[in-house]
Design a protein around this ligand. Structure first.
Ligand code: GCO
Length: 461
């Protein structure tokens, strides 16, 4: 399939996405408080190679250079997140005005060069002080979060028009409160369900607060979504396993937001979340977002497995079944984003879908100052092509953001998987635009036709 940017229409939003803890560094600078990630990275054996985000891409000091680079690359929209503990060192109470200043400078500079800021309010870095009070497992977080959201709107809402309340609640509650592999490292079903319910309340409440304070903004929130298929297509048990995994990882957070309640029919165990619900909560979980951020990377193949606690299902790793997978062990499967978009389109209450993340980590070939990342170029072209396919079939998708601008701190995987379209030398903080960055830039300038034939480097020089 051949296509150009024009095929998506003038109104389609193109951008790149980032997150505060993954790029900012300056972890204790200018009054910033500790977040759960600042403390989690200090624990033994939690992060690959004992990496940490204390410095990361030092975006805190390099933001102007990085925004100038975005400008040079013709990337018109920039998604970043606010670090809660930079604004409220203790999560609540007194404001750190140096933190507010930093984001003001960043937002102002974006606008000065004509780049639209897209702001995620919470991308996983809960203030450690609030964690000590129970964090996401404590219902009081609805008030703590409300104060934080209102403060973001008050200080930045005059210029920021695109908001995302949460980033991937399934991942931060699942990895952080059930599996214990992300901050704050808690485990167990009770912690998970409590955190999940409070996050779902906060996602709607955050939307309500933003809308009540400004009428001229576009409010969304983001979800991870993986297309799921059974290991054996005709096996009943595998098909039941698919339903459960789908209810948990794809539907658990979005359906209550859309007013459909939790998808407990397809995974009965989730009914235990009712322990954490107060009367009237079901209504409070719903909010009509202006857009939904969809984040897709791969598909999952699921098999019934009686030994897996609670869910009795297992995800089969990509490396065990295909040859084309990324450094995250995620299958490269472009139709997954098409399936994801089609699925979201079936929800009546979604007004607009923006793909707020899609991208891949591969081993890049470095020769001199050229970073050859053909696999990423191919990945982006193929996934973007699938987005166009869905759009042409009438799906209300109206934006696409690459994950991510800069190689950065990839949570438990440390700095090993590089997702950037710009290479970062973490010793010198030098940035080198990869071939994928050059390709994206040309594509956005409308000078390039995308197709899988255009893999040869000379097209991007
Ligand atoms: C995510 C996060 C990103 C990750 C990316 C690759 O939403 O999971 O937004 O922080 O880095 O998804 O794993």
């Amino acid at each position: 399939m051949l296509f150009t940017r024009k095929d998506f229409g003038d109104d389609f939003k193109w951008g790149v996405s980032t997150a505060a803890y993954q790029i900012e560094g300056a972890h204790a600078k200018d009054g910033k408080g500790s977040s759960i990630w600042d403390t989690f990275v200090q624990k033994r054996k939690k992060i690959l190679n004992q990496d940490h985000g204390n410095i990361a891409c030092d975006f805190y000091h390099h933001y102007a250079e990085d925004i100038a680079l975005l400008y040079k690359l013709n990337i018109p929209n920039f998604r970043f997140s606010l670090a809660w503990s930079r604004i409220f060192p203790m999560g609540i109470g007194s404001i750190n005005y140096k933190g507010i200043d930093f984001y003001n400078r960043l937002i102002d500079f974006c606008l000065e060069v004509g780049i639209d800021p897209w702001v995620t309010i919470y991308h996983w870095d809960l203030p450690d002080y609030l964690h000590k009070k129970g964090g996401w497992t404590n219902r009081e977080i609805v008030d703590w979060f409300g104060e934080y959201v209102a403060t973001c709107s008050k200080y930045f809402g005059d210029r920021v028009k695109n908001w995302m309340v949460l980033n991937e609640p399934m991942v931060f509650t699942g990895a952080g409160y059930f599996l214990g592999v992300h901050a704050p490292g808690k485990k167990g079903l009770s912690n998970f369900l409590a955190a999940a319910h409070h996050a779902t309340l906060c996602q709607a409440e955050g939307g309500r607060i933003l809308r009540s304070l400004r009428t001229d903004s576009s409010i969304g929130t983001t979800f991870s979504y993986s297309h799921i298929e059974p290991a054996r297509k005709t096996d009943d048990k595998d098909n039941r396993a698919v339903k459960k995994v789908d209810a948990l990882i794809n539907r658990f957070f979005i359906e209550p937001l859309l007013g459909m309640g939790y998808p407990t029919n397809d995974f009965r165990l989730l009914q235990r979340i009712e322990r954490f619900m107060y009367p009237q909560d079901e209504k409070k979980l719903a909010f009509d977002m202006d857009f939904i951020g969809l984040q897709n990377y791969t598909r999952e193949i699921v098999q019934h497995n009686p030994f897996m606690p609670f869910i009795k299902a297992k995800i089969i790793k990509a490396s065990k079944r295909v040859t084309n997978y990324t450094l995250m062990d995620w299958e490269v499967y472009p139709p997954s984003i098409y399936e994801a978009l089609k699925q979201y389109d079936r929800y009546e209450n979604i007004k607009e879908i923006i793909v707020t993340e899609n991208g891949a980590a591969f081993t890049d070939q470095i020769t001199g100052t050229t970073i050859n990342d053909d696999k990423r170029v191919r990945f982006l072209q193929d996934y973007i092509g699938q987005v166009l396919l869905a759009k042409n079939e009438g799906v209300k998708v109206n934006g696409y953001f690459v994950w991510t601008l800069l190689d950065n701190f990839e949570w438990a995987e440390g700095f090993h998987p590089r997702f950037g379209i710009v290479y970062v030398d973490f010793n010198t903080q030098e940035r080198i635009v990869k071939n994928s960055g050059k390709w994206y830039s040309h594509f956005l300038q409308n000078t390039l036709t995308a197709s899988s034939e255009l893999q040869n480097n000379e097209h991007f020089e």
